[in-house]
Design a protein around this ligand. Sequence first.
Ligand code: SAM
Length: 284
Amino acid sequence: MTESAAKVPVDGVAMTAIGVAVIRARESARPDRLYDDPQAAAFVAAARTGFEPGRWARVEAVADQFYEGRTVGVHLVDERFRAAITAGCAQIVLLGAGLDTRAYRMPLPPGTHVFEIDLPELFAFKEPVLAALPATPACHRHVVVSDLRDDWRTPLLAAGFTPSVPTYWVDEGSLGYLNQDWNQRVVRTLTDLSAPGSRFGAACYVVDPDAPQYRDLRRLVAGDQASDPAPITTSQDFDVQSWLDSLGWSTEFHSWNDMTAHLDRPVGPLDPRIGNIAAVRRGR
Ligand SMILES: C[S@@+](CC[C@H](N)C(=O)[O-])C[C@H]1O[C@@H](n2cnc3c(N)ncnc32)[C@H](O)[C@@H]1O
């Protein structure tokens, strides 16, 4: 496949992955970058050609509004990713992988398997762009074309996922696009598939869905067609930590302020309820 075969998702949730690539490309170009994602710029260049210029300017403007917090978030997931590998997780599953390239850019032990789950329209763009680059995954990379609201367990197992192997499950800005019912179904399924020692990081947001940046994002995702596009789910009205404990995970909450205190970036302080629940699957 060549890059020209790539179909750019110019609306719908798959489009949000392009905004995150814009953020990662911008971070990677900084002399004081927190991480380097060499493929991000290629995704951005390929995506730009598919947008009408005014709409592309809006994608960049929304990425700009989210930049500071989101780019630090990528760095924090990188840290947890490395910690999970060190702790012995030999499988990684990216839930709503988007244009994530950790399968290429992270130092991974040979034998690591990375499974990327996302929608068909996302991979119709991502795979041709990657195929046109001189890039090789640092692991066994598996593309799992699936909707997290459908049966994604069967295609994950068919792709070679092994439930007896400790796994690190990554949700980085994807489960928020599902409603709470679907969110919980996804977590129950990944819990069933998790060997003892598996890890999962659950984001805790305190979001005002009517804040201008969320309104702009929702309008873009909806292709400006719907007047009231689906809200972005937040976990503030549900005790995720107690629920994960009851499902068999040992959990620890880390506030955003604590996680980012050592970074020289303007990202806080924020509401102390914002942060991440680090969950490790207990033995059965
Ligand atoms: C904001 S992007 C984040 C992508 C990636 N995790 C990152 O940080 O770059 C959200 C991603 O979730 C995916 N997504 C949203 N709803 C989904 C669903 N029901 N099934 C599978 N993927 C979904 C979108 O296609 C998109 O790639």
